[in-house]
Design a protein around this ligand. Structure first.
Ligand SMILES: Cc1cc2nc3c(=O)[nH]c(=O)nc-3n(C[C@H](O)[C@H](O)[C@H](O)COP(=O)(O)OP(=O)(O)OC[C@H]3O[C@@H](n4cnc5c(N)ncnc54)[C@H](O)[C@@H]3O)c2cc1C
Length: 196
């Protein structure tokens, strides 16, 4: 059987990055598909206060839902699934294989797969994140904790812990918790080249 013609773009991931890409591609009338396995980090945002245009904040789930509707309005196809293999064919096409065995050929691929947090093994971590008690990013959350006592968890030095809260002069680390060896280890540096 002849394989189907390649699409213009395969977008892997439907978090904010993949969905923004989908909106543009759809409006450019490109042939594309978005495949997403439903684990966007954005879904964990209780309320985001730093997205322009949302003066009173917006939850990550609401944002994702709005972005999906926006992309679909222009005809974007967003499919639930997981890409497990990506290769390049002779001829230059990308060939992606889904966990269900489906094969998609595309002339370009947008990797919008995000990152996975390296989180501490704390009890009820997810509930604490949902309640905004544990926060991941000083850029997104620092303003909200001004004048509060903040504990910093991580495989970091005390000066790095101070730096973490240094954007807000009135805030200082009340506790500095170095992570266990299981979690938060820095990646090993790349091996030294022996050839110079
Ligand atoms: C608790 C918390 C609070 C945050 N607060 C804020 C905030 O207030 N403001 C802010 O700007 N940012 C905030 N962030 C960060 C924000 O969530 C990320 O920057 C954003 O989600 C990144 O978007 P992304 O599209 O790159 O990745 P993601 O949102 O992670 O989306 C990636 C998608 O790709 C999918 N995927 C991955 N691999 C595959 C595969 N092989 N096949 C198919 N699908 C795949 C995943 O399932 C996921 O749906 C917060 C993050 C967390 C965890």
């Amino acid at each position: 059987m002849t394989p189907p013609d390649p699409i213009d773009c395969l977008v892997i991931g439907a978090g904010p990055a993949g969905l923004a890409t989908a909106i543009y591609l759809a409006r450019f009338r490109r042939r594309f598909e978005v495949i997403d396995d439903g684990n966007s980090r954005a879904a964990w945002i209780p309320v985001s206060h730093n997205l322009a245009g949302f003066t009173n904040g917006i939850s990550g789930k609401n944002l994702l839902s709005r972005m999906r509707s926006h992309a679909k309005k222009y005809g974007a196809a967003i499919t639930r699934g997981s890409i497990v293999k990506l290769a390049k064919e002779t001829g230059g096409w990308f060939v992606a294989t889904g966990a269900d065995g489906r094969v998609i050929r595309a002339s370009t691929v947008m990797l919008a797969t995000g990152v996975i947090d390296d989180e501490p093994a704390l009890p009820q971590l997810r509930q604490a994140v949902r309640r905004g008690l544990i926060r991941h990013r000083r850029i997104c959350d620092g303003y909200e904790v001004i004048d509060n006592k903040v504990g910093v968890i991580g495989s970091i030095t005390i000066s790095e812990a101070r730096w973490t809260v240094s954007l807000w002069p009135a805030t200082s680390p009340a506790a500095w918790i170095r992570s266990s060896s299981r979690w938060g280890k820095r990646p090993s540096p790349p091996p030294q080249s022996t050839t110079g």
